[in-house]
Design a protein around this ligand. Structure first.
Ligand SMILES: [Zn+2]
Length: 217
């Protein structure tokens, strides 16, 4: 069970996570998790290039290690890369030390100050620690491309029905998601380009960090 649209009250519970960018302009932030892999990532790069779109790739360290040349291409094409742990760990399951070592192992390959926890799952202490080193970027629209129970059309509608200016949209450059991604991504790029949107990556300047207003237990 997951939510396609992250409700406002959840976004407010985690004020230090970035799940949407305050935008008045027609800008969308496309994000791709779990790559890079040869079967999907180069195809994504071609699609983005056709629309002059920039995106942010949340890379799994072990895939970067295996597919260094594709990883290099992400940067050559002008996209942003970000840390998604080395082995795609679930923060709710792993102890903190194991989790932090895994993030650091990814950081040795992926130079970035942006982090997204796999499954969106972090324990409070993990979040507090990581926020000292990273901007934690979540999302407000989940395409559901990874979900075998939905159709191509439902995946596309998840995006079209929920994306707004400043939305952070999650896709996956993974084998599991490739069928729905290959259906949905070109249509999303075309639809929003026709409406006058641009697609931007995250960088230090585009991230408006919320105020540090949580209490440390
Ligand atoms: Zn992931």
């Amino acid at each position: 069970m997951y939510l396609v649209k992250t409700p406002k009250f959840i976004q407010n519970l985690f004020p230090n996570y970035i799940s949407k960018v305050q935008e008045t302009e027609k800008v969308l932030y496309l994000t791709f998790d779990d790559g890079p892999i040869p079967e999907v990532t180069p195809w994504v790069l071609d699609q983005l290039e056709a629309y002059n779109a920039k995106a942010t790739f949340f890379c799994v360290g072990e895939n970067v290690e295996k597919h260094k040349s594709i990883y290099k291409q992400l940067k050559e094409f002008g996209h942003a890369v970000a840390n998604h742990t080395y082995n795609h760990l679930n923060g709710w399951v792993e102890d903190n030390a194991t989790y932090f070592v895994n993030v650091r192992k990814c950081a040795a390959l992926v130079k970035s100050d942006i982090f997204r926890p796999p499954y969106g799952k972090l324990k409070r202490k993990q979040a507090q620690f990581l926020q000292r080193h990273y901007k934690i970027v979540m999302w407000d629209v989940l395409s559901g491309d990874f979900d075998p129970k939905i159709t191509n059309e439902e995946c596309l509608n998840n995006v079209l029905e929920h994306a707004k200016p400043g939305s952070i949209i999650v896709f996956h450059d993974s084998l599991k998601a490739s069928k729905k991604l290959k259906y949905t991504l070109p249509k999303v790029l075309k639809h929003y380009s026709d409406l006058g949107y641009t697609f931007q990556k995250f960088d230090g300047n585009s991230l408006q960090l919320p105020k540090q207003n949580y209490k440390i237990a």
